[in-house]
Ligand binder design. Structure first.
Ligand code: NAD
Length: 359
């Protein structure tokens, strides 16, 4: 089995020209931070690059250390402009409509971005590479565990498990996942697909949708704590969770390893939770932290029980997900380094500070 330390990974990216799409989002911004730390030359591309946007990348020191480019990945002309005359060594393609509820509300837009965004990128790189004879950049696609659909009684999914794509988000991401593999087979395109589980950590500003930041917004927003919400169809849900630093490490590892090209990898999780149990952990962790500041509010946080909302029938939610991460461990040595408890402590601390500063 291969093992690489964090400094080995940093060394792999030193001086490299790296493009991150969706760079102002949760995963993209953390990845840019790691790449800047590794002294890569980073191009941070996103459709929304506003300086007042909530994003880790707008942290002063980080924004000034990357080349910020506005791009619409759903537009082939915009993608052509992005890649023309910019010879990248590695590309991390993260831009997406990443919220299943939003994909169900605007399915065509979600497909145009989540599927065609990747196709635009691969096709423009293939054509420009053909014209100039330049080496093609490695492309890492951030895919999802949702491509497998439900576990259907199996303990976990490995990379050979059947693919389903049940909802709009899931199907659009699955199509991109398949196209990345097809371009490798047909054109020897150096693409790698990495299927992430639920990633959590500081600076995820999807606080109206994602289960952990949404719960923490409700618990820490003023004036009084509100109970976390759960949709009726999520009561039985089971999901894998991985801390953001580990997700960034996994992406960097597969992007730097030529043996990973043409391959698909599940990413192993730090843990697997039923959603109601996860939310109870979040409430307990938030109350423990609040006790250090305000005993009365901590008691109110602790008294919160989950509020069950009626489900949205357009959102096709998978019941049980769990990934087998054996293949990536074998190929790169990747294993989560941050335990769920440690990651949750850091996350809760961040959001308490973030929401109390906004009050
Ligand atoms: N966060 C997770 O738990 C998770 C799990 C599995 C897979 N993924 C995948 O990882 C990737 C990153 O997820 P995230 O959590 O950072 O999502 P995010 O929503 O925080 O970030 C997505 C970014 O894409 C940008 N974007 C939207 N439309 C665009 C367009 N037309 N052109 C260019 N950029 C556009 C957004 O502005 C945003 O900054 C996504 O591809 C997602 O599907 C995420």
């Amino acid at each position: 089995m291969v093992t690489a330390t964090l400094s080995d990974i940093d060394g792999d990216y030193r001086g490299k020209k790296v493009l991150v799409t969706g760079a102002f989002g949760f995963v993209g911004s953390h990845l840019c931070k790691r790449l800047v730390h590794a002294r890569a030359q980073v191009t941070a591309a996103d459709i929304n690059v506003c300086e007042d946007r909530a994003s880790l990348i707008n942290d002063e020191q980080l924004r000034s250390r990357v080349d910020v480019v506005a791009v619409d990945m759903a537009s082939v002309a915009s993608v052509r402009e992005l890649v023309t005359g910019r010879p990248f060594d590695v590309i991390f393609h993260l831009a997406a409509c990443s919220v299943v509820e939003q994909a169900a509300e605007r399915p065509y837009d979600a497909i145009q971005l989540n599927t065609m965004g990747l196709v635009h990128l691969l096709e423009m790189l293939r054509i420009t590479g053909q014209d100039s004879g330049a080496r093609l950049p490695t492309l890492v696609l951030s895919s999802t565990d949702k491509v497998y659909g439900d576990l259907n009684g199996n303990p976990s999914c490995n990379e050979q498990s059947p693919l389903q794509g049940l909802g709009v988000y899931d199907a659009a991401k699955l199509a991109a996942d398949v196209f990345a593999q097809a371009y490798h087979r047909a054109f020897r395109y150096p693409a790698v697909v990495i299927r992430l589980c639920n990633v959590f950590g500081p600076c995820d500003f999807n606080t109206d949708y994602r289960v952990i930041p949404r719960a923490l917004r409700r618990l820490f927003e003023r004036p009084e704590p509100k109970p976390p919400i759960l949709y009726a169809n999520a009561v039985e849900h089971q999901r894998d969770y991985l801390y953001i630093d580990d997700a960034a490490t996994a992406l960097l590892m597969v992007g730097a390893n030529p043996a990973c090209q043409g391959e698909v990898f599940n990413v192993s999780a730090a843990c697997c939770w039923k959603t109601p149990d996860l939310l109870n952990e979040v409430v307990n962790c938030a109350a423990r932290l609040e006790e250090r500041f305000d005993q009365d509010r901590a008691m109110l946080i602790r008294q919160n029980s989950l509020t069950i909302y009626p489900e949205n029938p357009a959102v096709i939610a998978i019941k049980r997900q769990h990934l087998d991460g054996g293949k990536i461990e074998q190929a790169t040595g990747f294993r989560p380094a941050v335990t769920f408890a440690e990651g949750l402590d850091r996350t809760v601390e961040y959001y308490r500070d973030y929401f109390s500063r906004r009050w």
